[in-house]
Ligand binder design. Structure first.
Ligand code: GDP
Length: 444
């Protein structure tokens, strides 16, 4: 999870303050020294860290926090507010043009995740606003780029406007916007070319496209895993293009979080979204306040609730409840549950959103390997319909057949069936109001 190290270090730094009736100036200074080091280790820009620490200290002194009630809690509150501010304060949304189409120009270095992100955004708008987006393929330098965008479009059933590689990208953008107007598409995403590094000819082309189509938003896609390079890239693009905001990709692979913490403070431009994985569903709105709470180990219940609402099908949830009550929970329901969990993202991320759980040492290495899940599914899909519905049928010879069919050792098959039976027993006990089973499981 992003910010893992930072989160742990900050919470350790604040542990010394919590619950203290009185905090001396020296206490505050030593805590802030720890905070400073933690931020620097998280790869936050040096100047940003200095400004941050200064502001927290000034505010703490100005408000006479040290003399007040609960000084430790108040300092944590100030840090929370300043962290939120550092990441941009309020949540920034995509601008909607007064007249359709809203034009979003996407820029970024090669490999940052531009094409994938175009697909993620179009999918999101389609799902949440019933939008009818059009994607414009304006990267003519890599023939595969057009094809890649077409594949993304096909996956989410969104049209792609392309004119091959022989037409000038500025013209493609103009023609694409015209096509969107003619077809009443309400959003247009222009996928522009990237390079390995910022260069003048790329910037010139992007400036020309921008001047020709007047995008509603110009969004820069940067790779969080490149840390301070991402911040420099954002500065470079912003100087040349005056971007409106940033989408930070690959936050799932960034353990430090330096780019997320510094981009707004260095460039003045907010982060709108973060990419959290390779799948087209892996895009989150960036909420600086929720992110700050997560970093400080205070959880992010709002995001957890939203994620659950987006993924859990209420009708199915009710049906499941019925099945548990009737004690007819079967392997088909089991796969359904696993898939819903999988859609919600990594277990580690989910745990990070629960207040007080983020840094629980017992949960440190909890995660589900996606391959494990595939193995479980392979085993279940090797069962016949009757076996899935009535697991009592699974005698040793059937189990051997399933092991062969799913190419898994018999032990793995046996273990899964055992776990399934235990889970079923537990569900039954819980639904009958007997929590003893649950406690036994927890203590096992
Ligand atoms: P482009 O050159 O900027 O258009 O980049 P692509 O969209 O082709 O993405 C480059 C690689 O990054 C691909 O393998 C994507 O699957 C991957 N990628 C994009 N966004 C994310 C993300 O948020 N998380 C992870 N883990 N991978 C991503």
């Amino acid at each position: 999870m992003a910010f893992e190290g930072l989160s742990e270090r900050l919470q350790t730094a604040f542990r010394n303050l919590r619950g203290k009736g009185k905090i001396s100036e020296a206490d505050l200074r030593s805590t802030m020294r720890e905070v400073r080091l933690a931020l620097l280790d998280a790869d936050v820009n040096f100047a940003v860290v200095r400004k941050f620490v200064k502001q927290v200290e000034e505010q703490a002194n100005g408000e006479n926090v040290l003399e007040g009630l609960n000084p430790g809690q108040q300092i944590i509150k100030i840090v929370d507010e300043q962290l939120t501010e550092m990441m941009g304060g309020a949540t920034t949304e995509l601008t909607t043009a007064p007249k359709i189409p809203t034009i979003v120009m996407m820029a970024g270095l090669q490999g940052a995740g531009k094409t994938t992100t175009v697909g993620k955004l179009a999918r999101k708008l389609k799902q949440e606003k019933q939008a009818r987006p059009l994607l414009i393929a304006a990267d003519v330098y890599r023939p595969a780029a057009i094809e890649q965008l077409q594949q993304v479009g096909a996956q989410i059933d969104v049209p792609v406007f392309a004119e091959g590689t022989d037409v000038d990208p500025v013209q493609i953008a103009i023609d694409g916007v015209k096509a969107a107007q003619a077809n009443h598409n309400d959003y247009v995403f222009i996928d522009t070319a990237g390079r390995l590094q910022i260069d003048d000819s790329l910037m010139d082309e992007l400036k020309k496209i921008k001047a020709a189509v007047h995008p509603t938003d110009t969004l820069l896609v940067v790779d969080a895993m490149t840390g301070q390079n991402a911040v420099q890239t954002a500065e470079g693009f912003n100087d040349a293009l005056d971007i409106t905001g940033v989408i930070l990709t690959k936050l799932d692979g960034d353990t430090r979080g330096g780019a997320a913490l510094s981009i707004k403070a260095v460039t003045g431009k907010p982060i709108l979204y973060t990419g959290q994985g390779e799948k087209l569903a892996d895009l989150d709105v960036f909420h600086p306040d929720r992110m700050a709470s997560r970093i400080l180990g205070m959880g992010d219940v709002l995001s957890l609730v939203e994620k659950t609402q987006q993924t859990i099908d209420e009708k199915k949830a009710r049906q499941l409840n019925e099945k548990i009550k009737e004690n007819s929970f079967d392997f088909d329901d089991f796969v359904d549950q696993l898939e819903q969990l999988q859609r919600m993202g990594s277990i580690k991320d989910l745990i990070g959103m629960i207040p007080g759980m983020a840094n629980n040492p017992a949960l440190k290495n909890v995660d589900m390997d996606p391959h494990e899940l595939d193995k479980i599914k392979a085993i279940i899909y090797s069962m016949t319909n009757q076996e899935r519905e009535n697991p009592d049928l699974l005698n040793p010879s059937r189990r051997r057949r399933i092991a062969r069919g799913s190419a898994q050792p018999i032990q793995t098959v046996n273990r899964l069936i055992k776990q399934f039976n235990e889970m079923k027993k537990m569900m039954n006990q819980v639904s009958n109001g007997n929590m003893g089973g649950m406690e036994q499981m927890m203590n096992a």
